[in-house]
Write a protein that binds this ligand. Sequence first.
Ligand code: ATP
Length: 263
Amino acid sequence: MVAAIEITGVQKVFSAKGADPVIALEDVSLAVNPGEFVSIIGPSGCGKSTLLYIIAGFTKFDRGSVKVNSSEVSGPGTDRGIVFQEYALFPWLTVLGNTMYGLRHRGLSKNEQREVAEQRIRDIGLVGFEHRYPKELSGGMKQRVAIARTLACDPDILLLDEPFGALDSQTREVMQDQLLRIWQETGKTVLMVTHDVGEAVFCSQRLIVMYARPGRVKSEVDVDIDRSKPREFVMVSDEFNSIRNDVWLSVREEVELTTRMTP
Ligand SMILES: Nc1ncnc2c1ncn2[C@@H]1O[C@H](COP(=O)(O)OP(=O)(O)OP(=O)(O)O)[C@@H](O)[C@H]1O
C-alpha cells in the first residue's frame, strides 16, 4: 500500500540571529496509511506542531523527505487541510461565508459553493447558524465551523493541531465523537496532534509518541480497542485503560525531562 504520508529522516533546526539554534526535529521517520487515524503525542516543545506544519507545507525542513500520496511536499496543497487550536475564523464572515471561503478558487459557481458549504454545515450540526458571525458562537461551534471549512475543500488528509485544546471537557468529548463520525463516513486520513492521552487513545488507531526535544519518534502504539460500543463503555474498558496508562507513563517520562531542560 502507498502511504498517504511518508516522512523519512526529517530534521528541522530553527536558527535566529543572536540565539542558539533549536533542533526541533531530528531524524523523524513515520508513515500514515490512507484512511488511517493517527495521533502524535509528546511533551510541550517536542516538535509536534512543527512536524504538522512541515507536512502541511507551511514550514521548510533542513534534511529528509516528506511525501504525500507519493509526491514530495514543496508547499501547501489542496490534498491537505489543517485545523488549528484557535479556530482561525474570519470575524467579518458568517458561518456560511467562512465555510465557503476555501472554495473561491475551485472553479465552482457561487450556487455550487453554497451547496457544498451547506452540506458541510449540516454534517457538523450547525443548521440554523449559517448567518451568525464567529463572535456569536461558542468555542465548540467555532471549532465546528473551522472543521466544516476544511472539509468543504475535500482534502484527502486532515491535519489537526490540538483541535479541541481550547474547549471544556464535555464539549471536547462531543467534538471527538463528531470527528470520529466524520472520519468513519468520509474515510479521510487524519493526523492529529494532541496533549491529551485519553483523547489520543480514544480517537486513534495508532499513536506516535515523541521524545522530548529534539523531537524524535519514541514509540508507535497500535490502539486495538472495540469502538463499536458507546464512549462510556470504551472509556472504562480494560484495553482502553491499559493503553492509556502505558502511553501516559511514556509521555510523563518525557515531560519530566522537559521540565529539567534549559529553554
Ligand atoms: N518559528 C520558530 N522559531 C524558532 N523556534 C521555534 C519556532 N517554532 C518552533 N520553535 C521551537 O521548536 C521547538 C518545537 O516547537 P513546536 O511548537 O513544534 O513544539 P510542540 O511539540 O508543538 O509544542 P506544544 O505542545 O507546546 O505546542 C520548540 O523548542 C520551539 O520553541
